[in-house]
Design a protein around this ligand. Structure first.
Ligand code: FES
Ligand SMILES: [Fe+2]
Length: 301
């Protein structure tokens, strides 16, 4: 996909594929005035229109207007852009449900993205999503980093679920470490009491904490391999603090260590998916994993 803000200010999503013979057009992040295909130099405007197709004069009946980049519908909420691979998208509200109402007060749209981490994991993506949806494992897997956490269920509707990990401080740094940044102003009583670990199905996690938010994008690479990107966002006022660059290391340290622990356990679980395995029982505290598993079954029809 190409996600691009056009010269007209509009944000659009296009297939990252030239309308001639399908070369990939762009990679990475950045800016460009026009999109030029590296293969035969067809040129597209940032709104997707094909404006030059050199050497096509002799192609009978060829009209550049007939070959704009293929566009996909998108929606946005909270500073994030959601692209639909279907040409006729189901209403966005039917996907995201009550997530916007629930996390409005965290004001993620005015936060600043400050950095990301990447991991390659030898595990199916669903095991990682399940891991992201329960605190049952924290006392063993994160014994020395996060410690045992308590969680409770939250009201989610449509295609997401989550849990509230209770802690009046922030769980965004390691247990026993400093919690250096101010809490977001205007949070309700429930939001003040902990961090929401949510998954927008199928494979995007948003964590809404009292002092920041972070997201996990699980990208399946193969049946037993997943790429994970974690992105960190903080309120603008927090980022402007003199101590920010130094203190934010506490957060990145937590994301590195705890994520490595989660990844390791999911790789071990992947190795345990032997053919003779029979399904076990969920603990009551795995309510959100249960919800996700049922969602997967529903999608399979
Ligand atoms: S494939 Fe893009 S110009 Fe030929
Ligand atoms: Fe974990």
């Amino acid at each position: 996909m190409i996600i691009i803000r056009g010269a007209d200010g509009g944000i659009r999503a296009f297939a990252n594929s030239c309308r001639h013979r399908g070369s990939q057009l762009l990679s990475g992040n950045g800016q460009c005035r026009r999109i030029v295909c590296p293969y035969h130099s067809w040129v597209y405007e940032t709104d997707g229109q094909l404006i030059r197709a050199p050497g096509m004069e002799a192609a009978a009946g060829f009209e550049p207007d007939d070959y704009p980049l293929l566009e996909f519908p998108l929606a946005s909420w909270g500073g994030f852009i959601f692209v639909c691979y279907e040409r006729e998208p189901p209403p966005f509200e039917n996907q995201i449900g009550n997530m916007p109402q629930m996390f409005d007060a965290h004001r993620t749209e005015s936060m600043k993205f400050v950095g990301s981490l990447e991991f390659e994991i030898r595990s199916n993506w669903k095991l990682l999503v399940e891991n992201a949806l329960e605190a049952y494992h924290t006392g063993s897997v994160h014994r020395d980093t996060l410690g045992q956490q308590e969680s409770r269920s939250i009201d989610s509707s449509e295609h997401w679920t989550g849990l509230l990990v209770e802690d009046e401080n922030s769980v965004a740094t390691l247990v026993g470490e400093d919690k250096p940044f101010p809490h977001i102003e205007g949070l309700g009583d429930e939001a003040k009491s902990g961090a929401y670990f949510t998954v927008l199905f199928p494979a995007t996690q948003f964590v809404f904490a009292q002092d920041c938010m972070w997201w996990l994008a699980f990208q399946p690479q193969a049946v037993d391999r997943t790429r994970l990107t974690i992105g960190a966002c903080f309120p603008r006022e927090t980022v402007e603090l003199d101590s920010f660059d130094e203190k934010v290391e506490l957060y990145f340290n937590r994301w590195k260590l705890a994520t490595a622990e989660d990844n390791r356990i999911c790789e071990l679980q992947q190795r345990g998916q032997v053919f003779a395995r029979e399904p076990g029982r969920f603990a009551a505290s795995e309510f959100a994993v249960h919800r996700f598993s049922n969602w997967v079954v529903e999608q399979l029809g």
